[in-house]
Design a protein around this ligand. Structure first.
Ligand code: AMP
Ligand code: ZN
Ligand code: FE
Ligand code: FE
Length: 276
């Protein structure tokens, strides 16, 4: 039995709703999932209510994935067992939501100047929930026939350094770590294998990270060994997850349960949680 501790729902840029994700996880016989939407906790309450109402035999862990930037590089910080009613957390997430909305407007303007017409309503419709991210802009570009895939949209237009890219709000890893801790959560460095600068990983650990996502579909064997070593030397919890977003023909990433930890590893996390 496995735990997939990195799952996105339609509350951020996943395709399935929290309820659909839970149904799928139960069907796949997954013991537990952490819902870790980008910069939002909106998927958590519906998920927990659904589990309770249906009395489902699955563990749902309240999580988040905060998209931060460190020296020009994307660094994602996962938070587990957060109190999603925490007022400070909610206030900051609301600011981020508004900043993301304004960023989307700017990107739509830039695209328009390049001759690519998509509307804000269309992007909002793609976003389903309140949180707008670049994948939603990519989906609108596909819908209007400008690109075939999400990857093409990033590579040609909205990836960093591409002509319609707009910087995200300034949000630093230390603030994400602090917010997660003050709302009772455990901060974990997400997919370290996607970070190109090794010094960044060391620096982020120094900021007070408590775990590292060792098991991730895009990590190869040697990376897994390397990150296991880092977790030992720095006394970090070991986590794993698939980063499931739902798959479509325009965008295939990872399947649910394709990154995971076992029950023994999960027990260590639960134990750590009780002690802190
Ligand atoms: P945002 O936080 O709005 O800047 O969007 C970042 C998100 O876009 C990431 O968390 C990924 O889910 C997705 N993403 C980033 N780069 C790519 C890419 N090259 N292809 C597909 N999805 C991407
Ligand atoms: Zn995402
Ligand atoms: Fe991520
Ligand atoms: Fe993710």
């Amino acid at each position: 039995m496995v735990y997939d501790l990195h799952v996105h729902t339609s509350a951020s840029d996943g395709i399935l709703s929290p309820l659909e994700i839970i149904d799928l996880a139960v069907k796949l016989n997954i013991k537990g999932i952490a819902i870790t939407d980008h910069d939002t906790v909106d998927g958590l309450q519906p998920a927990l209510l659904y589990k309770k109402e249906k009395q489902l035999n699955i563990d749902i862990i309240a999580g988040i994935e905060m998209n931060t930037e460190y020296e020009e590089e994307e660094v994602h910080i996962l938070g587990y067992f957060i109190d999603f009613y925490d007022l400070r957390l909610k206030k900051r997430l609301e600011e981020i939501r508004i900043a993301r909305f304004e960023r989307a407007e700017k990107m739509i303007d830039k695209l328009k100047k390049l001759g690519l017409l998509i509307s804000l309503e269309q992007v909002q419709c793609m976003a389903k929930g309140d949180l707008i991210g670049r994948p939603h802009i990519a989906s609108a570009l596909i819908q209007n026939g400008y690109v075939f895939t999400i990857t093409e949209a990033f590579n040609r237009f909205i990836g960093k350094g591409r002509p319609a890219y707009v910087n995200r709000y300034k949000f630093m890893p230390e603030e994400a770590i602090d917010l997660i801790k003050t709302s009772g959560g455990i901060p974990v460095l997400a997919h370290p294998g996607l970070i190109s600068n090794q010094k960044t990983i060391t620096n982020i650990i120094q900021l007070g990270i408590q775990g590292i996502e060792v098991y991730y579909p895009q990590h190869n064997e040697s990376q897994i060994e390397y990150f296991l070593g880092i977790s030992r030397t720095n006394n970090l919890l070991i986590t794993g997850g698939s980063d499931y977003h739902g798959n479509t023909k325009e965008s295939f990433r990872n399947s649910l349960g394709s990154g995971f930890i076992n029950e023994e590893m999960m027990a260590k996390i639960m134990n750590y949680r009780r002690k802190t």
